[in-house]
Write a new protein. Structure first.
Length: 167
């Protein structure tokens, strides 16, 4: 049985460019960097003589858990060299990662000023469990689909017991 999520890994073409994007534009905290070239890495990724550059990033105010100190792992393959494969968001095998924000319109505007590519402007959520919120997709430098979500304001949970209710 799964016990938690350790991190999400994204394969990138240029780790320096991706660090700038995730750290400087999205505000994640760089936790650790390493170069990996060992027999266990080759066994893990299934490529003989694998050589990787890795950067681990976390949300800025995330408490340090006991198990893993990061949320996102960026991986650049130096060997074997990868190549970009065009894919559409609807294609099986693709994925996206969603970030919550307090003000989606301000975040959208700030990222647009820095040249971040969006699929479209924030859309107001009008159906489902997140009605009243807003969301939009955008792309990182390697065309990974990312999402901004401004959750709806939630009403306090009802416990079945009314305040000030008489006997």
């Amino acid at each position: 049985m799964m016990q938690g999520i350790w991190h999400a890994g994204l394969h990138v073409a240029d780790i320096e460019r991706s660090i700038v994007f995730y750290r400087d534009l999205l505000g994640l905290r760089l936790v650790h960097r390493q170069e990996s070239r060992s027999p266990y890495i080759s066994q893990l990724v299934g490529f003989d003589d694998a050589h990787l550059l890795v950067a681990q990033l976390a949300l800025p105010n995330r408490p340090q858990p006991a198990a893993s100190s990061h949320d996102i792992e960026l991986v650049q393959y130096l060997s074997p060299r990868g190549s970009a494969s065009p894919a559409r968001r609807c294609d099986p095998g693709t994925a996206h990662l969603a970030f919550t924000v307090g003000d989606i319109d301000a975040t959208y505007t700030r990222l647009c000023v820095h040249g971040v590519r969006f699929v479209g402007p924030p859309a107001r959520i009008t159906a489902g469990v997140n009605t009243g919120g807003a969301t939009c997709y955008f792309l990182d430098p390697d065309d990974h689909t990312l999402e901004l979500v401004q959750p709806p304001e939630r009403q306090p949970l009802r416990t079945g017991r009314q305040e000030n209710a008489g006997p």
